[in-house]
Design a protein around this ligand. Structure first.
Ligand SMILES: *Cc1c(COP(=O)(O)O)cnc(C)c1O
Length: 348
């Protein structure tokens, strides 16, 4: 059991429902819509899009093995991250606990919302120690942020440790599964019924190849999803985004093919990195990128940048000294970076 009355911000609890943003009369679409000050010309873009995104959610529900009413759609999962703070955390009173290092959006939106952010370092091999994490929580900790597979490390977190957090912590546990399509591990997304305090995030931006669409998902039990729907801005998902996503779902066999190729390439590139002179260590990955500890990350980064190749320099992040995060690109792109690094000598 979780006590949403205690967890949710009082001003949010008081909201009755969100904006009622759909031209409907008793659930029927209306014949002549003269209620929303839309323009009768420039069809179909003159009308506001569906605000409850029924068609898209129905398709996602089947694919993701959740119920329609266990899905929230956001303008990227970034919007869902922001909403978690706005639903649960009172500025300057509450705090959140997160693994470190991880996706930087959690810290960023804590700052935007004026919420204390408590990072807890992972082990040297980027594993979660549940009891260590729980020690950082107190009576004002509303959220715990986990990310699995994690970034920039690329590994999945131990299932048993994650379960321990879910069972022990009395606030919401968010597991960002942005990269779960690249992992063989069962996602926590399909275990919503076991954990009333679980929120899982997914995105169209990575395995689905839809970063420009700006569409992200939060999955949770219906009582929690209702809160997201109360707080979200009306019409947050454009008509174009909804249509684009439905089209992507139609092509999901292509997406499986892309994922297979990316995973084969990941194996090839990681192996090649291990034999590079400038590389100290390659960390195991369950995502479409990997972390590599270099002899001098800054110099390698600069050398690649000069040749027009951008990698992510995470050497400033906790446990990531001298590390670069390399995204798996197309075969040709991967071959090019490998070719350049084979020629690289630190003297340059
Ligand atoms: C890319 C990424 C996001 C952001 O996803 P959008 O849906 O594009 O906003 C969130 N979390 C993680 C871990 C990511 O890697």
């Amino acid at each position: 059991m979780i006590d949403l009355q205690r967890l949710v911000r009082p001003n949010i609890l008081k909201l009755s429902t969100g904006f009622h943003a759909e031209s409907e009369t008793d659930g029927q679409p209306c014949r002549i819509a003269l209620d929303a000050n839309e323009n009768p010309y420039n069809k179909p873009f003159n009308r506001y899009p569906s605000d409850c995104q029924r068609e898209l959610k129905a398709q996602l529900a089947k694919l993701k093995r959740v119920a329609d009413n266990e899905i929230f759609l956001g303008n990227g999962s970034t919007e869902a991250i922001d909403l978690c703070y706005r639903i649960f955390c009172q500025p300057r009173i509450d705090n959140v606990v997160a693994i470190e290092p991880t996706c930087r959006l959690y810290r960023q939106f804590a700052a935007v919302n004026d919420i204390e952010y408590r990072p807890v370092p992972l082990s040297d091999d980027f594993q979660l120690d549940a009891s260590q994490l729980l020690k950082a929580c107190n009576g004002h900790t509303k959220l715990v942020w986990l990310c699995s597979p994690n970034t920039p490390s690329g590994n999945t977190l131990d299932t048993e440790e994650v379960e321990k957090v879910l069972r022990t912590f009395h606030g919401m546990v968010i597991i960002d599964e942005a990269y779960s399509d690249f992992s063989r591990r069962n996602p926590f997304r399909i275990r919503l019924s076991e954990f009333p305090n679980l929120i899982v995030l997914n995105t169209f931006s990575k395995a689905w190849g839809g970063a420009a669409v700006r569409l992200g998902m939060a999955f949770a039990q219906n009582a929690v999803i209702d809160l997201f729907n109360k707080v979200k801005p009306p019409y947050n998902i454009s008509r174009m985004a909804q249509e684009c996503a439905i089209d992507l779902l139609r092509h999901r066999y292509d997406i499986e093919d892309w994922t297979k190729i990316i995973l084969l390439e990941r194996q090839r590139v990681m192996k090649a990195f291990e034999s590079l002179n400038c590389c100290e260590k390659v960390y195991p990955s369950s995502a479409n990128f990997f972390l590599a500890r270099m002899k001098n990350a800054r110099n390698v980064y600069g050398y690649l940048a000069e040749k027009g190749i951008c990698v992510y320099d995470c050497s400033q992040e906790a446990l990531c000294e001298d590390c670069l995060r390399i995204t798996i690109g197309s075969k040709a792109e991967n071959s090019e970076i490998l070719g350049l690094l084979r020629f690289y000598s630190p003297a340059e």
